[in-house]
Design a protein around this ligand. Sequence first.
Ligand code: NAD
Length: 260
Amino acid sequence: MKNKVIIITGAAMGLGLATAEYLAAKGAKLSLVDYNGEALQDAVKKLKDINADVELLTIEADVSNEEAVKNYVEKTVETFGRIDGFYNNAGIEGKQAPMTEYDLAVFKKVIDINLMGVYYGMRYVIPVMQKQQYGKIVNVASVGGIRGVQNQTAYVASKHAVSGMTKNAGLEYGQDGILTNAIAPGAILTPMVEEAFKQVNPDDPKAAETEYAKRNPTRRLGVPKEVATVVSFLLSEENGYVSGQTIAIDGGESNIYGNS
Ligand SMILES: NC(=O)c1ccc[n+]([C@@H]2O[C@H](COP(=O)([O-])OP(=O)(O)OC[C@H]3O[C@@H](n4cnc5c(N)ncnc54)[C@H](O)[C@@H]3O)[C@@H](O)[C@H]2O)c1
């Protein structure tokens, strides 16, 4: 990944930051996008601790705002001259509620960020990669993009859409040297998942986490670095022929049927 130019959205924490850390150590040039400016600056400090020479561009932007997306793509090209890889990662979970009771404003927000944000990203990054006749894209779906998840209709709808758009990007732009894949993480311990356990059991989120981990074949949750290694492979030249796939990173949990 040395000198590869990679855009990461949702880079300030969780899975985005873990991949930024992994790629910074490998000498990639990173364009970090997040709507939380303060957390983005904390992330810069962490990345400089890992590699003092790492070349970073930080852009405060909301991925659900089309103009902001256009701008982060333009700024990256102005600064680094090209885009080798795009980790289209920013997303939110929304609130947990049965389908018919789901708050409509929250539903629309989840779709705006998780679906439209990922789409706008590809809409503006792909033309740059077409000119280069080279590029690797990793969109972030979820196990909720390949399975149903009770009480998370907006999230599941948005992540199935990510998986679908990934297939289409793979079909339409493979001829331009662009390989597009999605990842489907299971429960990986990040601020988002900690928040979800608080919703499940506000009095004892740790108990909810322990209970959840029991059903995973590995009997534990994943850690962000276990996602970063897969993303790094998909964004690198090591990946020459994987495209249009949604790859589960979940310890095998999405294969469970019944109570096994
Ligand atoms: N952690 C998991 O177990 C898990 C599982 C499946 C899928 N995912 C997906 O992985 C991605 C990252 O999740 P995470 O667990 O790291 O979440 P997180 O909440 O820990 O971090 C998400 C980051 O994205 C940023 N962000 C959110 N909305 C944004 C927006 N509109 N514009 C710009 N930045 C925005 C946040 O500020 C934050 O820095 C999400 O798409 C999520 O759905 C996570």
